[in-house]
Design a protein around this ligand. Structure first.
Ligand SMILES: Cc1ncc(COP(=O)(O)O)c(C=O)c1O
Length: 418
């Protein structure tokens, strides 16, 4: 296949690289703590091909909303293959997961009420549940956490005694059992020290509350694919060393919920220069990709990329001091980077962004352009696994003007006095 003939922009997932990274993950878990499960973080990228590829390799679905839960079921996961996390669970799916034997990590007071209700309704069954802990990780790893001293908002606070109250409340339910702790914490550093601190906290809570845990869930937040940064084989031996102070693989399963670390190395985003313009002193390259495609939350300070130069644009190119690479949208902030002291680019040249698998394909706004094509690369060939969205996908069940009239009439009929 001549990739120059493909219409840009598009994402490519390299299947072999993805499989390789998954194997590095499983090998290092197997060596460090043979009793483990991987829950793939749906929110990171819930592209159906990707999710089912990981399912095929044995990953569970880590979901944080009713919609993600429904997607997991739609894609063939059973309830028992779901890890249900996050603060916006819904009552019905919470109960469903609990009753079916999925892994539920409670993250809010209303879920305690739902647990009590399920237990009351099914007095002959015992319901294992997990509790999401919020603890002061910043104190243990100064400067490394995402929220710093302000702290995060997920889970039940350890330091202020709320976690202890929750433990007490669950213990009062005769047929509920605290089976797991969920300790995901976001960090800027994604360092090994962060995960050592998380493991240390699990040990501390076990001791302090006399817990008998079937699982410890470390959550996600690992580094992946970046040279000079920690890799999976750096994290798990360090974590296991600490966990062994209080736990054993025979009794307690280690759960991990990787997202971005699994996808980074395997994923690229291919864009083309569509226009070159000089305004004032600036050279602007307008491209058909956007910051919204690869950095929708606008937090990245730089991008990894390589160029693919169109040979029709000539072999000899001059070097330019500065070219401003910008996106297709009409927003001025949609500038990706300043390309300095590089080849002068022209229409049709390609800029290929690397490490763009996480928080991209499914976190694109539908702004000006819809979702782009997604391909996988298998043995050197590209296969399209998602077609770019067209107005058909965008409109969905949306009505055109006038079609709402039937609703209006029905509504008015209902309001008529009998
Ligand atoms: C509970 C939970 N698990 C897993 C993840 C995945 O994290 P990452 O993509 O950084 O590995 C997140 C991300 O915020 C999360 O909140």
């Amino acid at each position: 296949m001549d990739e120059w003939k493909l219409r840009t922009p598009y994402f490519v997932i390299d299947e072999e690289q993805l499989a390789k990274d998954f194997t590095i993950l499983t090998d290092s878990l197997q060596r460090s703590w043979e009793n483990y499960r991987i829950g793939y973080s749906f929110k990171t990228n819930s592209l159906p091909w990707l999710v089912t590829f990981l399912k095929d390799k044995g990953a569970l679905a880590e979901v944080v909303s009713d919609d993600e839960y429904a997607l997991a079921l739609w894609l063939g996961y059973t309830d028992r293959e779901v890890i249900y996390n996050g603060p916006v669970k819904e009552r019905e799916s919470f109960c469903r997961c609990l009753l079916a034997g999925g892994m539920v990590n409670m993250d809010g007071q209303r879920e305690l009420g739902w647990l009590e209700e399920v237990c009351r309704r099914h007095p002959k069954r015992v319901f294992p549940v997990g509790i999401r802990v919020n603890f002061d990780l910043e104190k243990l790893c100064p400067g490394e956490t995402t929220m710093g001293e302000a702290g995060g908002r997920f889970g039940f606070g350890y330091e202020n005694g709320v976690f202890a109250e929750v433990v007490e409340r669950v213990r009062k339910i005769p047929n509920a059992r605290i089976a797991g702790l969920h300790l995901h914490s976001s960090s800027k550093s994604r360092s090994v020290a962060i995960f050592e601190a998380i493991a240390g906290m699990a040990c501390r809570l076990k001791r302090e509350f006399g817990l008998h845990l079937s699982y410890v869930d470390l959550g996600g937040g690992y580094c992946g694919g970046l040279p000079g940064r920690p890799q999976y084989p750096d994290y798990f031996p360090a974590v296991a060393k600490i966990l062994r102070r209080e736990f054993s693989p025979e009794e307690t399963m280690l759960v991990v919920e990787p997202g971005v670390s699994l996808l980074s190395k395997a994923t690229t985003f291919v864009t083309s220069v569509v226009d070159v313009r000089d305004i004032g002193k600036e050279r602007y390259l307008i491209t058909d990709g956007s910051r919204f495609n690869i950095d929708p939350t606008m937090i990245k300070s730089g991008y990894l990329f390589h160029l693919e130069l169109r040979k029709e644009n000539g072999p000899q190119r001059r070097t330019m001091a500065r070219q401003c690479v910008s996106g297709f949208s009409c927003m001025e902030v949609d500038r990706l980077f300043s390309y300095e002291n590089g080849t002068e680019l022209a229409e049709g040249d390609r800029i290929v962004y690397e490490n763009v698998g996480g928080y991209t394909m499914s976190l694109n706004p539908l702004f000006i352009r819809y979702f782009p094509d997604v391909y996988i690369r298998r043995r050197g060939r590209l296969l399209k696994v998602r077609d770019r969205w067209t107005p058909e996908e965008y409109v969905q069940k949306g009505m055109r003007f006038g079609e709402e009239r039937a609703l209006w009439d029905a509504d008015r009929e209902e309001d008529q006095p009998e």
